[in-house]
Design a protein around this ligand. Structure first.
Ligand code: AHM
Ligand code: MG
Length: 342
């Protein structure tokens, strides 16, 4: 049998949003409508990802993004799919993306709303060609003031986000989101073309014995992260007095999703190599760190740069990078302590 269990009761994303708005005493809000458009774009990208080579979407695009990273064909196609699905909705004031130097303004002939969307249209690009997990990450904020939208309108702290989420393209396609009232996960039922509520009220346990980091950069790490990982690796015989497990999906969406499902800590810290290249981290604040931090905090976890809470940072550029340590609270707190002691 494909799809949902015969005869069982389901809640679609549309029904979920409608019932939330009804409880809040409103009809469909612009945010509800935008989330439905985002979900449609995610389904379009999921379909391309699922067909892979057969859809002719694998391989390099032969171009670089504003950050000097090689773009894959699917990075650009996913970006175009989102712009196409969203720009004429009448809900948005602008879209910022990892794949575009400046924000994409809403065309003059289209109606304009007051919501801003920042996104990484296809995160985990290095996994595309090997059929690994990838995802879309998005952050929604409100725009204030009149006049044309400028990049500066996006430079709001993560605490101003009205919604954050990701879509995971893996063995199943899942949309996970928060509007500031917990985190709920939806699985795409391909047989009816709907995201169906499958993971209500996701919670990250405070304690964990699983960490996630690209250990190939070990020689570049600064002392706090080096110490933390060394102590995890020492296991039962070390100061932590228990064994740890390590997982690294190569896609932040895949790694953070695992943490939302069963706990753990995800680290992409600042290191000497990034510092020597003049970078303030690897992951981008506006469309990777902030939305994931909101999801993690809303699920009871914590998200820090090592010295500051990620969502308290005031961004200074659209593509600003930050160190990221997020997940189970006890482990993030320990990492913050090690940074304070260093
Ligand atoms: P991308 O947005 O270009 O795909 O880069 C972000 C990705 C994250 O998903 C992942 O955690 C990280 O980069 C992996 O980086 P690395 O290849 O250095 O391990
Ligand atoms: Mg990314």
């Amino acid at each position: 049998m494909s799809g949902a269990q015969a005869g069982s009761s389901i809640t679609t994303l549309g029904q979920y949003l409608a019932s939330k708005s009804l409880m809040a005493g409103s009809g469909q809000t612009p945010l509800d409508a935008l989330l439905l458009d985002v979900a449609t774009a995610c389904k379009r990208v999921a379909d391309l990802v699922r067909h892979g080579e057969l859809a002719g979407v694998l391989g390099a695009a032969g171009s670089e993004n504003v950050q000097g990273e090689d773009q894959k064909k699917l990075d650009i196609i996913a970006n175009d799919v989102f712009i196409d699905s969203l720009e004429r909705s009448g809900l948005l004031a602008g879209v910022a993306s990892e794949e575009m130097d400046a924000h994409h303004p809403i065309p003059d002939e289209a109606p304009r709303g007051d919501l801003l969307l920042a996104m990484d249209p296809l995160d985990g690009s290095s996994n595309i060609d090997v059929n690994g997990s990838t995802g879309t990450i998005f952050s929604i904020m409100r725009r204030s003031g009149a006049g044309a939208t400028r990049d500066e309108h996006f430079l709001q702290p993560g605490d101003s986000q009205v919604c954050a989420g990701y879509c995971l393209y893996s063995s199943a396609t899942m949309l996970v989101l928060t509007t500031g009232d917990g985190v709920d996960g939806f699985t795409l039922d391909n047989s009816i073309g709907e995201f169906v509520l499958s993971h209500p009220k996701m919670q990250i346990p405070a304690a964990t014995s699983e960490y996630s980091i690209n250990a190939a950069y070990q020689r570049h790490w600064f002392n706090p992260v080096a110490r933390y990982v060394e102590e995890c690796v020492a296991g039962k015989e070390g100061p932590r007095q228990r064994d740890f497990n390590m997982r690294w999906a190569g896609s932040m969406v895949g790694d953070v999703h695992r943490i939302l499902c069963r706990g753990g800590v995800f680290m992409y810290p600042m290191d000497r190599k990034l510092e020597a290249a003049g970078n303030s981290g690897k992951l981008r604040l506006l469309y990777e760190a902030n939305p994931m931090a909101m999801l993690v905090e809303q699920a009871g976890g914590a998200a820090s740069t090592g010295t500051e809470r990620i969502m308290a940072l005031t961004p200074n550029a659209l593509h600003q990078r930050v160190p990221v340590l997020m997940g189970s609270t006890e482990e993030v707190q320990l990492l913050v302590e090690y940074h304070a002691q260093a």
